[in-house]
Design a protein around this ligand. Structure first.
Ligand SMILES: Cc1cc2nc3c(=O)[nH]c(=O)nc-3n(C[C@H](O)[C@H](O)[C@H](O)COP(=O)(O)OP(=O)(O)OC[C@H]3O[C@@H](n4cnc5c(N)ncnc54)[C@H](O)[C@@H]3O)c2cc1C
Length: 377
């Protein structure tokens, strides 16, 4: 039912506007509110907090559909689900009640996740944003965050900062910061290759004061919370890649059936059929790996390695599938007249954000070594 709801909205509303959004960079504020109304901003969030409580598999399916319609909208949806799920999981009862219903309904427009910094991307432990105790018992945040998806639009941001510079990774804490907090400003908006309907901004925190109740989890638990959120988030990005690739493959198949060269549809030239066959096989494998990771998460089982495998495989192969889709379209594929050109640009970042492919390989290898050691013990 969740998939049907997402597919219906994506084909009826998102897909028809996607090309225009890519050109005029329109942020999908109205669409996010509507997606909130459909229960798609909190798919795996408990019903008592306003979510759909439909689980991680339903979330993956919904993300695939939304991304097939418009990948820009999908990234804002993905971050909002991730922030809502994290607060629902580790937030105090007061934090849950104050924020989760507003996130999942779209009242906050969307959520943002502010971990990365100009000098701390793959290595968030190197962050320099600080949070110091204020006189009034709260915290004062100071620093610069980089690459923050929807950072200029979100009603609520999760912001990571160092509270105890002596304590290494255990020095990092997570805070819930309102989008309109005094001192929080946008210092730069990125001009990206793709995902033009999604904003990506640099944020400056110039002595942003928040109350004691803004601390999410315990002091020093921020790094662990970021890793929990990103493990689930990787399933979201794998799903986004699967959705974009599926859209591109459908477009390429349609085109290969219609386009005639040398007196027959190009799909009947074996080279084209072979490319489509490879793409379809990779897409199936990517989808199954992604759903397996989602299923493990839903069962409460360990999914760190499965999530990284899904993200690595799905994003790397989604890029190849979008490349094939352009090749099948020939010169027309290189123009904005066909959606595969946008898919090719939109999909590229899935190999970079929420942990690059290189970082996923590190996670997979680390889990492999752990499992080997456990077997040997
Ligand atoms: C469009 C977009 C949206 C984003 N949204 C958000 C967001 O909402 N919130 C947020 O916090 N961040 C966000 N990010 C940041 C994203 O997560 C980082 O860009 C990513 O983690 C990589 O960090 P970096 O760009 O600093 O690259 P670097 O970490 O500098 O990496 C550069 C290269 O070195 C490689 N590398 C780094 N370390 C290793 C290693 N140990 N072994 C092997 N190779 C390595 C990387 O894989 C990469 O190829 C976004 C990024 C983009 C582009």
């Amino acid at each position: 039912m969740v998939r049907r709801t997402a597919r219906d909205y994506a084909t009826r509303v998102l897909a028809p506007r996607a090309a225009a959004r890519d050109v005029d960079n329109t942020f999908p504020a109205e669409e996010l509110r509507e997606l909130g109304g459909l229960g798609l901003l909190g798919v795996a969030v408990p019903e008592k907090l306003g979510g759909s409580e439909a689980g991680a598999v339903a979330y993956s399916l919904a993300m695939q559909e939304i991304a097939a319609g418009d990948a820009s909208v999908a990234v804002a949806v993905s971050v909002t689900n991730m922030v809502a799920e994290l607060i629902a999981r580790v937030g105090s009862e007061a934090q849950q009640r104050a924020h989760v219903p507003r996130l999942v309904s779209g009242e906050y427009v969307c959520g943002a996740f502010a971990l990365s910094e100009p000098q701390a991307g793959s290595d968030p432990g190197a962050m320099t944003t600080t949070a110091k105790r204020s006189g009034g018992g709260g915290w004062v945040l100071r620093g610069t965050k980089q690459w923050i998806t929807s950072g200029d639009r979100a009603g609520l941001l999760g912001v990571w900062a160092v509270t105890n510079p002596e304590a290494g990774q255990r020095s990092i804490s997570a805070f819930l910061v309102p989008g309109n907090a005094p001192g929080l400003g946008v210092s730069r908006a990125e001009h990206k290759m793709g995902l033009h309907g999604s904003t990506t901004v640099q944020l400056v925190l110039d002595d942003v004061e928040v109350g004691e109740d803004a601390l999410l989890g315990g002091e020093g638990e921020g790094f662990k919370l970021a890793m929990i959120a990103l493990s689930g988030g990787r399933i979201g990005i794998a799903s986004q890649a699967v959705g974009i690739a599926r859209g591109a493959l459908e477009a390429a198949t349609r085109y290969a059936l219609e386009r005639t060269q040398f007196g027959k549809p190009i799909v009947e030239h074996q080279a084209i059929g072979n490319m489509l066959a490879d793409a379809a096989t990779w897409l199936d494998a990517a989808t199954l790996l992604t759903l397996r990771a989602a299923w493990l998460k839903e069962q409460g089982r360990s999914y760190t390695q499965a999530g990284s495998m899904a993200k690595l495989f799905a994003t790397e192969h989604a890029c190849k599938i979008c490349d094939i889709a352009i090749q099948v379209h020939g010169g027309y594929g290189y123009t904005r007249d066909f959606p595969v050109e946008r898919a090719y640009r939109d999909v590229r970042v899935t190999r970079i954000y929420e942990g690059t492919s290189e970082i996923q390989r590190i996670v997979i290898a680390r889990e492999l070594i752990k499992a080997h050691a456990a077997r040997a013990a």
